[in-house]
Design a protein around this ligand. Structure first.
Ligand SMILES: O=C(O)c1ccccc1NCC(=O)[C@H](O)[C@H](O)COP(=O)(O)O
Length: 245
């Protein structure tokens, strides 16, 4: 492995609810703190040197409407790669997500509830499709993280067989809490699949990012960072520098 292959990708997050950039605690609807314009937030991460943006339509994820036009405006304004997530569950929402020019889209609930459709879109769109594995313990959660959706490792084995190219792994208990990532979960998922893993949830410090970067040789490719950036625990420039070697 070369030095650059060891580099952890960072994906600053912009989660959108009711037209605003927000942060949630444990992904729970109603726990949000607002941080203003999603476009301004996304442009700020781009200016700070981000190579990726993780852009989430929380209303679409929770089934409380959607922010489709705004999400599209933000994604189209970016010169950097965009990972789009939240409520992509059928042909219509997938077509809208891909039409934004997003580099990849993250499928959550549908991977649990509509395995045939997900196998079909993986076959059609290859690595433009990532699957979000949102877990409590080893149980997956769907529908904006409000419903149980089966066993993590059984689902992982099925998706691997179907050719899924990448997983975005979130420990819901850690998400938005600044309590540190679940490194054991990341290690266990990496041991169970040969596909790249994007870590999500709980990053609180530069040391957390360095600890996730240590898992790159095991298969962790990137880390989403949300609350820590908005809470100014560190800057994105500091985070990029911390994982660049
Ligand atoms: O990504 C989704 O589809 C989603 C659905 C429902 C609730 C939350 C969802 N995503 C949240 C995120 O991706 C967070 O931005 C990310 O986990 C960052 O977490 P943190 O660094 O702990 O703020």
């Amino acid at each position: 492995m070369t030095a650059s292959q060891h580099k952890l990708e960072l994906l600053p997050a912009v989660d959108v609810r009711d037209g605003q950039a927000v942060r949630l605690v444990h992904g729970e609807s109603g726990s949000e703190t607002s941080y203003g314009s999603p476009l301004e937030a996304a442009l700020a991460w781009q200016r700070a040197g981000a190579e990726w943006l993780h852009l989430v339509d929380l209303d679409a994820a929770f089934g409380t409407g959607d922010n489709r036009a705004l999400i599209s405006e933000v994604a189209r304004a970016m010169d950097i790669k965009v990972e789009l997530s939240g409520g992509i569950r059928d042909d219509d929402s997938l077509a809208a997500a891909l039409a934004t020019g997003a580099t990849r889209v993250n499928i959550g609930t549908a991977a649990l509830e509509d395995p045939e459709w997900v196998a079909k879109i993986i076959a059609e769109h290859g690595d433009q499709i990532a699957v979000g594995l949102d877990v409590r313990g080893t149980t997956l959660r769907g529908r904006g993280w409000t419903r149980d959706g089966g066993d993590l490792y059984e689902t992982l084995a099925r998706l691997d067989k179907e050719g899924c190219s990448r997983y975005v792994v979130t420990d819901i208990a850690k998400d938005g809490t600044l309590q540190g990532p679940n490194l054991e979960l990341l290690r266990n998922v990496c041991a169970a699949t040969d596909r790249p893993v994007v870590a999500s949830g709980g990053v609180s410090s530069l040391d957390d990012l360095r600890a996730i970067a240590e898992l790159v040789p095991l298969g962790v490719e990137g880390s989403i960072v949300g609350k820590a950036l908005y809470a100014k625990a560190f800057t994105l420039e500091e985070a990029l520098a911390a994982v660049s070697s």
